[in-house]
Write a protein that binds this ligand. Structure first.
Ligand code: ADP
Ligand code: MG
Length: 381
């Protein structure tokens, strides 16, 4: 198929008026039309997410506290006129043709095709589709563009084919798609957040039972997310190593997962580095549970600051640039607290700041942080 080239899209949150948004929507449908020579049958979206507290706890059966961000991924889906799947990404300006018998597609097609395959695994018959994806979620910055793509794709297929899937099932299938087809051994945090969170609440989630609650933000506060500009280079190998250390710590403590320990003193019986890893997970779970009691913005900020110190000193997943950015955030007036967010070793930092002050605070912080070495950028705020 002759796929036209598109210009690069701006990955900032949309601040368009309703009529401008409708124009954009019409243009996107036009893009689908241009590319696939037919109108899409359905449109579906899912947001990116940022985790506010509860880092590296999801694969320990623990507690997390994400919120959705304003940026979204949208898919337009229709039936393919032939026996292959056709996918096009506006951001990557890439397309992929995939045979329904393909076992391991490459690139972004893995995420979309993975969703199709996991639906087939549970007994659904999925016809060949045309899928056009466009997104304002920054890709590869730790705001879960991958889970947003999976959840949007699964929502799209649910609408197109009238599939009987609830939002939790969609999250579980998205996680399976990522594990099996993108080879990322992720927990359920990202997909649950993209499937069940909204931008007006924090989503408290017990990753073992999937019990959850939407909680209001601390009064008078909002979120800022700043990319450190440092790529998450060591993230994969270190993530696997931390997972293995946590499993070993749980085994030595005689529990199924570190989530089953609530007293940080218990970690002291282990030798390093397991002692430090377990101490982070136990304290981090306790910090998330503390929020359930209802905390002020100041108290929430303290929990975020303690979380960063624990990720830096006990879990050892920070790097100098993240520490510097967090330090600047924590010392900027109007900031209640800040921490690295995501797996670490680069990526973004999240801060809780005074309501209405996010944009100005992000500008001030970047003025301090950016120099010859650092190119940070505001992702949310
Ligand atoms: P993130 O933190 O953004 O989830 P990941 O490395 O987990 O980072 O996922 C990024 C990958 O997800 C991209 O390399 C791409 O394969 C896929 N992806 C996400 N969003 C899109 C999109 N809009 N178009 C195409 N692929 C996407
Ligand atoms: Mg991801």
């Amino acid at each position: 198929m002759p796929y036209p080239k598109r210009r690069q899209r701006n990955c900032k949150p949309s601040r368009l008026s309703l009529s401008d948004r409708l124009d954009v929507m019409n243009r996107l449908e036009m893009d689908f039309q241009q590319i696939f020579n037919a109108a899409p049958d359905i449109e579906a979206s899912a947001p990116g997410r940022v985790n506010l507290l509860g880092e590296h706890t999801d694969y320990n059966d623990g507690f997390v506290l994400p919120t959705a961000i304003p940026q979204q991924t949208t898919v337009y889906v229709g039936h393919s006129p032939n026996d292959r799947h056709h996918f096009y990404s506006a951001e990557l300006e890439e397309w992929a043709d995939v045979s329904p018998s393909e076992s391991s597609p490459q690139g972004f097609a893995r995420y979309i095709y993975g969703c199709i395959r996991v639906l087939e695994q549970i007994g659904y018959s999925i016809p060949p589709i045309n899928l056009f994806v466009t997104s304002s979620v920054p890709i590869g910055s730790g705001l879960s563009s991958s889970a947003a793509l999976e959840v949007a794709t699964l929502r799209g297929l649910r609408s197109l084919l009238n599939l009987n899937l609830d939002d939790v099932k969609i999250a579980q299938l998205g996680q399976q798609a990522e594990i099996q087809y993108a080879s990322v051994s992720c927990g359920i945090l990202d997909q649950m957040a993209c499937s069940l969170a909204d931008t007006e609440h924090m989503l408290f989630l017990d990753t073992r039972t999937l019990d959850r609650q939407l909680l209001p933000f601390p009064t008078g506060a909002e979120i800022v997310v700043i990319d450190s500009g440092v790529a998450r280079s060591l993230a994969d190998s270190s993530y696997n190593q931390r997972r293995a250390e946590c499993e070993e710590a749980a085994r030595q403590l005689g529990v199924k997962a570190l989530r089953d320990v609530s007293d940080p003193q218990m970690a002291e019986s282990l030798s390093d580095p397991l002692r430090k890893r377990a101490r982070h997970v136990i304290n981090e779970n306790n910090r998330v549970l503390k929020v359930l009691e209802g905390v002020s913005a100041e108290a929430f900020g303290e929990l975020m600051n303690a979380s960063h110190a624990s990720l830096r000193d006990d879990y050892e997943v920070s790097v100098p640039a993240l520490d510097q950015l967090v330090d600047i955030l924590q010392n900027t007036p109007g900031v209640f607290g800040a921490r690295l967010t995501g797996a670490g070793f680069g990526g973004a930092c999240v801060a809780l700041v005074k309501g209405g002050a996010g944009k100005a605070i992000a500008e001030t912080v970047l003025n301090h942080y950016n120099n010859a070495e650092h190119r940070g950028d505001t992702l949310v705020g």
